[in-house]
Design a binder for this molecule. Structure first.
Ligand code: ZN
Length: 389
């Protein structure tokens, strides 16, 4: 189903700037090489009014998230450490708010929420597997999708809340407006909502078209986040660019507080996004990267890392097992499975061999630590422009 109006503001003037063709669901790793992967159009549009960048095709949530593969936050040690520091920072910066109630939208396995167990709290997540782990860790959890209706239920039972978290949630929801309406409804007058999103300018500047996949429905700048929040009476009072997922703004949404100087600074840096030319060159750059990769990925080459973005990359480049003979990834749940839409099998690192002509470094956002931990290999870095190292 194609979107006919903006997910945040409802405007119907959506300008397409990127078409990556048909691509499978990125993290629907198949169990056998011959298992069919349904493919859907991967086209990206920008709203002419609020500048929210979003996918044109809306794949139904049950198709998108019913793949059997679940991401568990606590499985990543760096992410777990990040959550501990994040929780401490919020408690220090907004003392007393947690005692008024904490809600985490998209709480996953409770890796962040567990730091607020001493306070009245509830997590909301539609994935039963991670939610069950959160419950085992002593977190209260509602297993359902979040929107205004869920927020009304929580507020009727628990009253208005001091802190709401929604980290890397807005990127994945079909209806941004409904989720922000829910957050606004939950917050008490002096409450704060901490929101993290992946940063659109980084995607554009780094030519990171492989971050475009169906699970990633929306791409925010500070400006488009401010616009979407304002529709629900909220404003971004502070923003911080973090290193998570290759650059993510973490913003505090609230009603009464005046925006900090950092908000003005980031907002000013985004003026270029108001011109369609900011988006229009992306298609040509993606196609040039494809041509160059098709030249480089020859001979005895494998992929290093099986992140969701590899699915987009191989689908767009037309790669299969004759190009990338295998893939290695440290995630046990992915090992023994296949890159969606291909016959490329995922192995643990060290198996089956070191490819003579190099690894395509699919997890390129972790390039430095991966290359340092695996000296002596040749590497093909695909983004922001393909290079052989
Ligand atoms: Zn819009």
């Amino acid at each position: 189903m194609k979107r006919t109006s903006c997910s945040a503001c409802g405007h119907t003037d959506l300008d397409q700037f990127l078409d990556l063709g048909l691509s499978p669901i990125a993290d629907a790793y198949t169990a056998t090489p011959d298992e069919q992967s349904p493919k859907f159009p991967l086209q990206v549009v920008v709203c002419a009014k609020c500048r929210l960048v979003q996918l044109l095709e809306v794949v139904p949530a049950d198709v998108l998230f019913g793949t059997g593969y679940s991401f568990y936050s606590s499985a990543s040690a760096p992410l777990s450490a990040y959550h501990a520091a994040y929780a401490a920072d919020v408690r220090d910066r907004y003392p007393g708010l947690a005692t008024r109630g904490v809600v985490e939208v998209g709480c996953n396995d409770g890796d962040l929420l567990r730091h607020f167990r001493a306070f009245p709290h509830v997590g909301v997540d539609p994935s039963s597997g991670p939610a069950a782990v959160a419950a085992e860790r002593g977190c209260e959890v509602l297993v359902e999708p979040f929107g205004l209706a869920t927020a009304q239920l929580i507020r009727s039972e628990r009253g208005p809340q001091g802190l709401v978290f929604a980290n890397h949630v807005l990127a994945h929801v079909e209806d941004v407006s409904d989720v922000l309406a829910g957050i606004a409804h939950l917050l008490r007058d002096n409450g704060i909502a901490m929101v993290e999103v992946q940063y659109l300018p980084d995607l554009l500047v780094n030519n990171a078209f492989d971050l475009v996949y169906h699970e990633h429905r929306n791409f925010f700048s500070l400006s488009s986040l401010e616009s979407a929040a304002a529709t629900h009476g909220l404003r971004v009072h502070d923003v911080e660019l973090t290193d998570r997922q290759g650059g993510a703004p973490r913003g505090g949404l609230c009603r009464p507080l005046v925006p900090t100087a950092r908000v003005f600074k980031v907002r000013m840096s985004e003026q270029w996004l108001n011109d369609f030319s900011a988006y229009a060159g992306m298609q040509g750059r993606a196609e040039r990267i494809r041509t160059r990769l098709q030249d480089l990925v020859v001979g005895d080459v494998a992929a290093y890392g099986a992140p969701a973005k590899l699915t987009t990359l191989v689908a767009f480049c037309g790669f299969d097992i004759e190009h990338l003979h295998w893939c290695v990834d440290t995630t046990p749940a992915k090992q023994g499975r296949f890159i969606p839409g291909t016959h490329i099998e995922i192995y643990p690192p060290g198996e089956p061999d070191v490819p003579r002509d190099g690894f395509l470094l699919a997890a390129h956002n972790y390039a430095a630590p991966i290359m340092a931990a695996n000296p002596g290999n040749r590497w093909i870095l695909p983004i922001p422009a393909p290079v052989l190292i």
